[in-house]
Design a protein around this ligand. Sequence first.
Ligand code: LMG
Ligand code: NDP
Ligand code: PMR
Length: 397
Amino acid sequence: MALQSAALLPSAFSLHKEGKSNASLKESCLFGVSFSDQIKVDSTLKTKREFGSRKSAVVRAQTAATTAPTFTPAAAQGKKTLRKGTAVITGASSGLGLATAKALAESGKWHVIMACRDFLKAEKAAKSVGMAKENYSIMHLDLASLESVRQFVENFKQSGQPLDVLVCNAAVYQPTAKEPSFTAEGFELSVGTNHLGHFLLSRLLLDDMVKSDYPSKRLIIVGSITGNTNTLAGNVPPKANLGDLRGLQGGLNGLNTSSMIDGADFDGAKAYKDSKVCNMLTMQEFHRRYHEDTGIIFSSLYPGCIATTGLFREHIPLFRLLFPPFQKFITKGFVSEEEAGKRLAQVVSDPSLTKSGVYWSWNKDSASFENQLSPEASDAEKARKVWEVSEKLVGLS
Ligand code: LMG
Ligand code: NDP
Ligand code: PMR
């Protein structure tokens, strides 16, 4: 309901809303976050790279041919109702992905495609939260297999559905693993799933988003505070650090090269945090290469600490017991799955969150604000390198 009414608000209201959130920014400084990023993001917008222009010329031609005729007449007629949007959400079978799918489905304005590795689990999950059948469908996707990613993309394209929003949400976290495990193609599992699987998926689906006539197309990659070393949470060891990318360049296979991006010994918690840095860098690189020419909005976010989700399934039982009260009563960073789902649903659909290249966070009043990424997670040169190396690993170059 909240989503529905928010979508109808005039843009003047969003200014007010931003102002309101800025008023309470100080509170969030408690978490080691600073808020002077606006100028920085604006300046990167203007420094588009040459190769970006080359590639996007093709995209621009497609945009002109496909989106203009369908969108303009509807606007000219002053139509108030949009067609239902179609949003693909990876890992929608639990936690944040499921809560977001539920929030979008309930708004009545979205058809959610739950892209999940376990079909039956996804179906049960959708039913358990009361999603109405006409508001969702389930498609198989295993991000730990590039073959499966390609198959998903092919199935999606064959279905003939438009793609308006893609949410890269799925993730694995292996904090207690002593040895690395690997994806089908032999990449360390956390970076392979959370980053490389999503990298291939979003690259292959970009074209479909360009073709969509939906007025506010968005590609969202979920990030996290623990990948940002400009925060207290990001300073809890082991800290994220991509180093000079020597392990990534070698293919993260743990055989002739390290399974870690920076080339060090395997550490499951660090691999997860590194993968989140890659997610946040990828979002910004997408923005630099494609925003201006496609109009697609690229975003990342930290939804809050959702300490009850399946993400911690491999952690020791004592951690799972103490982590939620620790976050609730000590750090006060805790959010429920439902609240986090509403936050991500805002990034999908709220008309006030249309700025591209932003890493969104929420303060204690649940008002959104543009957050500042750590030096590494906002390093444009590193973003370009991660992009180029990842292209090679997933077979795009
Ligand atoms: C590892 O442990 C695990 O081994 C690994 O499996 C994985 O989970 C990984 O990051 C994930 O963590 C990290 C370990 C070491 O942390 C702990 O879990 C130990 C807990 C120690 C308990 C300390 C008491 C706190 C009181 C808690 C009350 C009870 C509730 C307990 C709930 C448990 C939930 C965890 O971590 C440490 O070494 C502890 C020290 C952490 C220090 C934090 C870093 C401070 C850095 C300060 C710099 C701040 C800079 C900010 C800059 C801002 C600038 C604007
Ligand atoms: P969950 O474990 O509840 O959800 C993760 C989802 O990813 C599950 O649906 C899982 O599927 C799916 N998944 C895992 N591996 C694959 C794969 N190979 N192919 C397809 N899907 C896969 O965790 P959360 O909801 O907490 O995590 C969601 C996102 O939120 C992640 O990106 C995480 O990094 C981020 N995040 C979480 C925070 C938190 O505090 N929980 C904080 C900040 C960010 P299945 O159900 O089959 O296991
Ligand atoms: Mg962290 C200031 C607060 C804060 C916040 C917002 C988080 C979020 N954490 C904070 C502080 C601390 N944590 C402190 C002081 C400690 C030491 C006691 C601590 C510990 C800790 C552990 C062991 N925290 C963790 C772990 C995990 O295993 C989680 C992790 O790192 O997963 C990669 C985690 C998290 N803390 C968070 C968030 C959001 C997580 C989940 C990780 C994520 O999805 O990024």
